[in-house]
Design a binder for this molecule. Structure first.
Ligand code: SAH
Length: 256
């Protein structure tokens, strides 16, 4: 897989190469990352790529020509045709299903906006997909781009130390993840659930499945509504709900 990023801050995005499992994946060439600065395609000596908005109003707008010229350079540098993605608060929600879909392809190009955003004519002419990382406005597309790269990269084979990790994460089966515990056995007066210490793997698997169903029921009923549960899962969830009947906790997982 190869990912190209068009950004005014290539040094920042390139830092992905230095940290964590995604950094190792990049260093081991399990995926390739190339950053392109549209300033290098500016038609002026100062490298300016933004201008005031037509119609007036605050802020600046990224100009279409340097972005288009940069995209042509990207296309010339790669010998396949991949989607052009623009992070945008107006885009479709970026979620695990989209990450999995992108992980199956040969890569994509991310175009990061800054200021008020990018001239709409560039978007109309070149952008295949707009993705939002949440109903919140950030100052640029770089963090969303890095989020997208991270989420996709960890799904590629060989990037995570143990490939089973990815398949057991939240959202992969439509549910949230179960809780995790490690040493010490007692912390802040709380013991590790006894079932996890027993070595009965079938019982542990059932307990984890039940906790995953329960967490999703408590915190994200919207996800649960979209799942088709097996009879065994239904029974586990009913047991979880019965056990929780007397426990008052925040239904939405918030703690304030
Ligand atoms: N005026 C725009 C926001 C521009 S923010 C609007 O209100 O829609 C500048 C850039 O940051 C955007 O072009 C986009 O690339 C990025 N960005 C900001 N918030 C984002 C979000 N929630 N998801 C994805 N990208 C975002």
């Amino acid at each position: 897989m190869r990912i190209d990023v068009v950004t005014l801050f290539p040094e920042w995005v390139s830092q992905l190469e230095q940290f964590g499992v995604v950094g190792r994946g990049l260093r081991e060439s399990r995926l390739e990352l190339a950053c392109w600065n549209p300033r290098e395609a500016a038609d002026n000596a100062s490298g300016r790529v933004d201008d005031r908005p037509y119609g007036g109003g605050p802020g600046m707008v990224m100009q279409a020509p340097p972005l288009a010229a940069t995209l042509e350079r990207v296309r010339a540098a790669r010998n396949d045709s991949v989607p052009v993605i623009m992070p945008s608060p107006q885009g479709a929600p970026f979620d695990q299903a989209r990450a999995q879909q992108l992980a199956e392809g040969s890569g994509f190009v991310l175009v990061c906006g800054r200021y008020e955003g990018i001239d709409q004519r560039f978007v109309d002419a070149y952008v295949d997909m707009e993705l939002s990382v949440g109903d919140v406005v950030l100052s640029g597309g770089e963090l969303p781009a890095m989020m997208i790269i991270d989420a996709v990269a960890r799904l590629l084979s060989g990037v995570l130390g143990d490939s089973r990790s990815a398949t057991q994460d939240s959202f992969m089966n439509g549910l949230l993840d179960h809780p995790h515990y490690t040493r010490p056995p007692t912390f802040a007066g709380r013991d590790v659930p006894e079932v996890l210490l027993g070595g009965d793997h079938a019982r542990i698997a059932r307990w984890r499945e039940k906790q995953a169903l329960g967490a999703t029921w408590r915190r994200r009923p919207d996800l649960l509504a979209r799942c088709t549960l097996s009879d065994e899962q239904k029974a586990l969830l009913e047991a979880y709900i019965a056990e929780q009947a007397d426990v008052s906790g925040p239904a939405d997982g918030s703690y304030d």
